[in-house]
Ligand binder design. Structure first.
Ligand SMILES: [Zn+2]
Length: 471
């Protein structure tokens, strides 16, 4: 779960020193402590022996360990799409900043068994690692060694997101590996309004080995339109004089919600209350998003043509300084506050929760996945109180969750995409989901497609030549 890292080694003998070692994704483990502890473990091979990183997209569970990799001695190129690189330019330093805050907090409270508690990496170190990023166009073939080339194909998950299609050619034998990264929704209806990026995954893929995410392997997205429910929740909250607090990922999710709020307001379905985007990261993401109109969905194009840039909408405030952020707290009038982090584990949302959770007039609205063990999951699961900055905060506000906003395809959507493959992959490995999700998806795929599907094990090695497990 989370923390995606897949190593390809093209040497016949891993110890022979020939061939090339390429890491596909370099993610941070998030969520439960047992997983987060993996972030502190050394890699099974020295970081300096890795020749290159291929990064599918900017989410931290795919990119967030890159600064640590560089800190451990990696000095090779990191290949990603232009939009992914721009997003990493804001997400990685922010992640470093949160790591520093965490360490500082533990040092102050003496709650770490390590003294002093150190950050996994600092904002500065994250900034430094950006020099290794190299842009690769979607579809452009990049040869990394005589035997290994790759290209990015669209994943339709978030801005810049891609799958890595890797071609290995050894002894006249060509093998294609497809690493999906995260897979976007396969859209065919109004069930995913507000999508900001256009296409879902590219149809008609061919792979000898498919390495596929399984985050939503045991869940299904509701297919109804979330807008009527969203409008209702907001109207009721404003009527009772409360504010709406939305913990939201800064990238994609915040932009999607803003477009939806704008439309609901313009069509008179919700009152015109101030909307605060209180996240410097989300503002940075809006700016990057505006630069990449080539990825806009038709709906986004229409909304942009009708309403212009979100940065200029009346009544929508983008609060970048801490002073602006604090001012939101002092206003007694109803407002909608969108802030990150999306699972309420860090960032400015914590201050808004401290302020708004104890008042039953308010609404805390989740529009994203809450990983088990996170503060967001506790609140969503009905905790009566939560601990924030060491304070016990009672949860008296209304809590609601809308599941339609997901940027991950669910099993029916995945099957629709997999059915476009002209032939079955030699083997499929499921990764990046919790064990229940992965094994549920394995069963669904074996049954409906008849493919050979395995759940990848931690540190498992696979010989690609004949596509069999070697350990
Ligand atoms: Zn992702």
């Amino acid at each position: 779960m989370t923390g995606s890292k897949h190593l390809i080694n093209t040497s016949q003998d891993a110890n022979a020193g020939s061939g090339i070692q390429v890491l596909v994704d370099c993610g941070l483990f998030q969520g439960q402590k047992q997983w987060r502890e993996h972030n502190w473990q050394d890699l099974p091979i020295p970081a300096r022996t890795i020749d290159a990183v291929i990064l599918t997209h900017a989410h931290l569970d795919h990119s967030g360990w890159i600064p640590r990799l560089v800190k451990c001695g990696f000095r090779g190129p990191i290949y990603a799409t232009g939009a992914t690189i721009e997003l990493c330019g804001i997400l990685l330093p922010d992640s470093g900043h949160l790591q520093e805050e965490d360490a500082e907090f533990h040092n102050k409270k003496k709650t770490s068994k390590h003294t002093p508690a150190l950050p996994l990496y600092t904002a500065d170190e994250a900034q430094q690692c950006l020099q290794y990023f190299r842009p690769v166009e979607m579809g452009e073939v990049k040869q990394l060694s005589p035997e290994l080339s790759f290209r990015f194909v669209r994943a339709g998950h978030i801005l810049g997101s891609s799958m890595a299609e890797i071609t290995l050619g050894t002894n006249g034998n060509t093998r294609r590996l497809l690493f999906t990264g995260d897979i976007g929704r396969v859209r065919d209806s109004g069930s995913t309004p507000g999508e900001v990026v256009s296409e879902g995954p590219q149809p008609g893929e061919i792979a000898d080995m498919l390495v596929m995410e399984s985050t939503y392997g045991n869940r299904r997205h509701p297919t109804d339109d979330p807008r009527p429910v969203l409008a209702n929740l907001i109207r009721q909250t404003v009527q009772r004089g409360g504010s709406v607090v939305v913990p939201a990922f800064a990238v994609e999710r915040t932009q999607k919600l803003l477009f939806m709020l704008k439309e609901l307001m313009e069509s008179g379905q919700i009152p015109r209350v101030p909307v605060h985007t209180d996240s410097p990261l989300a503002i940075g993401a809006v700016n990057i998003f505006l630069k990449h109109s080539e990825e806009f969905s038709d709906e986004t194009k229409r909304l942009m043509a009708q309403y212009g840039s979100p940065l200029n909408w009346q009544g929508f405030f983008f609060d970048s300084t801490p002073e602006e952020s604090k001012k939101i707290n002092s206003s007694p009038y109803p407002a909608i506050i969108v802030s990150s982090s999306g699972m309420a584990t860090g960032g400015r949302i914590q201050h808004h929760l401290i302020q708004r959770l104890p008042d039953p007039r308010n609404l805390v609205l989740f529009i994203g996945f809450q990983a088990p063990g996170t503060r967001g999951a506790q609140i969503k699961d009905g905790a009566k109180e939560v601990k924030i900055f060491g304070q016990i905060i009672p949860v008296r506000a209304q809590v609601a969750a809308l599941e339609q906003f997901s940027d991950h395809a669910d099993p029916p959507e995945l099957l629709r995409w997999l059915h476009t493959f002209p032939k079955a992959p030699g083997i499929t490995y499921l990764v990046h989901g919790d064990p229940d999700a992965a094994s549920a998806l394995r069963q669904i795929m074996s049954q409906s497609l008849g493919w050979q599907v395995e759940v990848a094990q931690w540190l498992e090695k696979v010989t690609v030549d004949n596509l069999r497990r070697s350990a």
